[in-house]
Design a protein around this ligand. Structure first.
Ligand code: FDA
Length: 307
């Protein structure tokens, strides 16, 4: 990252960790966050998916939640995810599922978390659907990878995870997960990580991002490239065209509320596109990560505020 944008990102992530800021945002910021969040409940989120599908955009549906304080909350999330998988099937929409390990209890009890996630993955398998386990910050990286590999060993291959280009360990993880047949979403990485574990320079993150994308495309392995960055999107299109890689072998992913016109344009141009649609009431951490990613996202919110 360049120094200015990295300072902005770290500052915003630090401010958002302040409990007073959190309280005020939760009290007054709900309407502004709605820009990035489909709805508070499942049914309206399914309507949003229908609308996106009509534009040729696939979806991954996320029920917001992370960093829970008691395991009983994880059971609640597990049940909501089972409802969500059934809701997708009943509505016959084109959507898979994304969830967070700490939402299922990873920070409290790894075994219970695994059991919760397995229940969701089993439900998805029965509905012929796929579960993506989002990647959180580095205390959870190895445990997340281990859970996904264990599910694959148990024959539940309808589950994949996310790999963050900013981590030093990433190329080795990609090699290992490709060998294990695990489908990956590739991202730059959204958390505040120290220099010991993560590249701090934007150019290094981009180089690593391209390297792990190539590790997939060169071997004809299906991959999901999740980025709003035109440099990356253009590079993927050009690399695929130059190497005669079919657009069927990869998908672009972007977040709901960001670059919606670009998402529709990519789909209209024949690329596979998937929109990450979050819904639910626990929107604060997700929302502040979006603001931290880009001053323009904060500006968009501020403009709406004064409208
Ligand atoms: P970045 O913020 O680096 O911006 C680079 C450039 O892209 C900008 O200078 C601008 O040109 C362009 N751009 C970006 N946003 C734009 C906008 N709104 N409008 C116009 N231009 C824009 N992270 C993680 O750690 N774990 C995870 O599981 C996931 N999951 C995930 C799923 C999906 C679908 C997405 C899209 C992202 C994630 N992420 C994630 C987040 C990811 O790691 C990363 O933080 C963000 O995608 C921001 O990086 P970008 O490459 O999108 O653009």
């Amino acid at each position: 990252m360049d120094i200015g944008s990295e300072l902005y990102r770290k500052t915003l992530l630090t401010i958002s960790g302040n409990s007073l800021v959190e309280k005020l945002t939760l009290k007054y910021g709900g309407k502004l966050a709605a820009k990035f969040i489909a709805s508070q409940e499942l049914q309206p989120a399914l309507d949003v998916i229908r609308e996106l599908n009509r534009k040729g955009i696939m979806v991954t549906l996320d029920h917001l939640g992370e960093g829970i304080k008691a395991l009983s909350e994880a059971s609640g999330y597990r049940e909501e995810y089972i409802r969500l998988v059934r809701g997708i099937a009943a509505a016959s929409v084109n959507a898979n599922v994304s969830l967070k390990p700490t939402q299922m209890g990873l920070a409290l009890d790894a075994k219970a978390c695994f059991t919760n996630i397995r229940a969701v993955v089993q439900e998805a398998a029965a509905a012929n659907n796929f579960v993506r386990i989002d990647m959180e910050d580095t205390p959870f990286t190895q445990a997340t990878i281990d859970m996904v590999k264990q599910l694959h060993r148990e024959g539940l291959t309808n589950v994949g995870t996310v790999i963050q280009a900013y981590l030093h360990r990433t190329r080795a993880d990609v090699k290992d997960l490709i060998a294990s047949g695990v489908n990956l979403r590739l991202v730059k990485g959204a958390y505040k990580e120290p220099a010991e574990v993560a590249f701090q320079k934007k150019s290094e993150v981009i180089d690593n991002f391209k390297a792990i994308i190539r590790m997939h495309l060169d071997q004809g392995i299906y991959t999901a490239i999740a980025s709003h960055d035109d440099t990356i999107i253009r590079w993927v299109k050009e690399y695929a065209a130059a190497n005669r890689i079919s657009p069927e072998k990869f998908e672009f992913q972007m977040l709901y509320g960001l670059r919606m016109n670009e998402q529709a344009k990519l789909a209209a141009d024949g690329y596979r596109v998937r929109c990450y649609v979050p819904y639910g009431k626990m929107w604060y951490p997700y929302y502040t990560r979006r603001l931290a990613e880009k001053p323009a996202n904060l500006m968009m919110v501020l403009q709406n505020m004064f409208r």
